[in-house]
Design a protein around this ligand. Structure first.
Ligand code: ADP
Length: 324
């Protein structure tokens, strides 16, 4: 009710917030931007200090595209990764739930680095943290800051941390952070990318103190059972599930998901091969998914991470990581 539209009308300055957020030369702020700003205003109807000098369109982008109020991932959805889950619970979830206990010596680190090959559950862990701690989840890919937001990345980072501070507790998940922070400072480095890096480090102040590295290992059997048992399509014996596990050494969590998807197409493809039309096909006409379907799918879905690459992560973990 206290919201003042941030648009200058007839040259008149209609309120505090108007001047503060329209001060950047944004004369045309549409309704959806206004709604985002409204939601971030405090009980006094004022925009929090941190957001006042930010461009409304960036705040809107963060609110609509980067923020996820309920990412729908729970701890139990994540297979394996027991050591990672234990570290994350102690480092992040308990402190978020009991800030009164996690003070002084116990004060939590502000950053956490999850590393590992693609598709092994790092994003899932980020989402589950937010879910378990009833926090707001923010997802940003560091490479988009340099590719999509050329020259504006620094401002977007400021908007991201600004909105997150108004939405506490918050989890900011920065994907592919190595693409941003590992770049060496070089002569040819673009001024804007240097500023972006600096801004990140400022916002993540405290990142070094108390951060942990976490080794992610996946549990294929769990993923297979979880995916297969949830669904009546599969009728596999324990021995057959074990065989699939053996055959999928080196497959990541997302490789496993793709494998199960492909195998489950087996009965459908077979029915269609026999001449049944897709529109006339009855579910009862399809046989259950068998081990043979998985063996066929294994020809199609190959592991996305090579043993060599995995070795690199293991070496890195021995040197810098958290050992289970
Ligand atoms: P990353 O962030 O490590 O690249 P994601 O967390 O985005 O990987 O995983 C991609 C998908 O693969 C998930 O949405 C999920 O379906 C599946 N997956 C990966 N790892 C696991 C896991 N440990 N447990 C269950 N599912 C997983």
């Amino acid at each position: 009710g206290n919201f003042v539209p941030p648009i200058r009308t007839n040259g008149a300055n209609t309120g505090n917030m108007t001047s503060r957020i329209a001060g950047k030369g944004d004369d045309s702020i549409d309704d959806s931007t206004k709604r985002c700003m409204e939601m971030l205003c405090g009980p006094d109807g004022e925009l929090p200090e941190k957001l006042r000098n930010l461009e409304p369109r960036l705040i809107e982008h963060v609110s609509n595209e980067i923020m996820d109020q309920d990412p729908h991932v729970r701890w139990d959805d994540i297979a394996g990764l027991e050591h990672a889950k234990k570290c994350v619970t102690e480092m992040v979830i308990w402190p978020l739930l009991r800030p009164d206990i996690f003070k002084g010596c116990r004060s939590p680190g502000r950053g956490l680095l999850l590393f590992g090959p693609p598709g092994t559950g790092k994003t899932m862990i980020g989402k589950a943290i937010a879910g378990e701690a009833k926090a707001t989840f923010f997802y940003i890919s560091a490479s988009s800051l340099t590719s999509k937001w050329i020259g504006e990345g620094e401002k977007l980072v400021r908007a991201l941390f600004g909105v997150a501070s108004c939405r506490q507790p918050a989890v900011i998940f920065v994907d592919e952070i190595d693409s941003l922070l590992s770049q060496r400072k070089s002569e040819g480095e673009h001024e804007s990318s240097r500023r972006l890096k600096t801004q990140f480090l400022i916002e993540m102040e405290g990142f070094d103190s108390g951060s942990e590295q976490i080794l992610l290992i996946e549990a294929r059997a769990w993923i297979i059972r979880n995916l297969l048992e949830k669904d009546a399509l599969f009728k596999l014996s324990k021995e057959e599930t074990d065989t699939i596990c053996r055959l999928t050494e080196g497959y990541s969590g997302s490789d496993m998901k793709n494998l199960v998807k492909d195998a489950s197409m087996g009965p459908l493809r077979e029915a269609l091969r026999q001449g049944i039309e897709i529109t006339k096909l009855r579910k009862e006409d399809m046989r259950p998914v068998t081990l043979q379907d998985f063996e066929n799918a294994l020809q199609e879905v190959r592991p996305s991470v090579s043993p060599n690459e995995l070795g690199t992560y293991e070496v890195w973990n021995r040197q810098f990581g958290s050992l289970s």
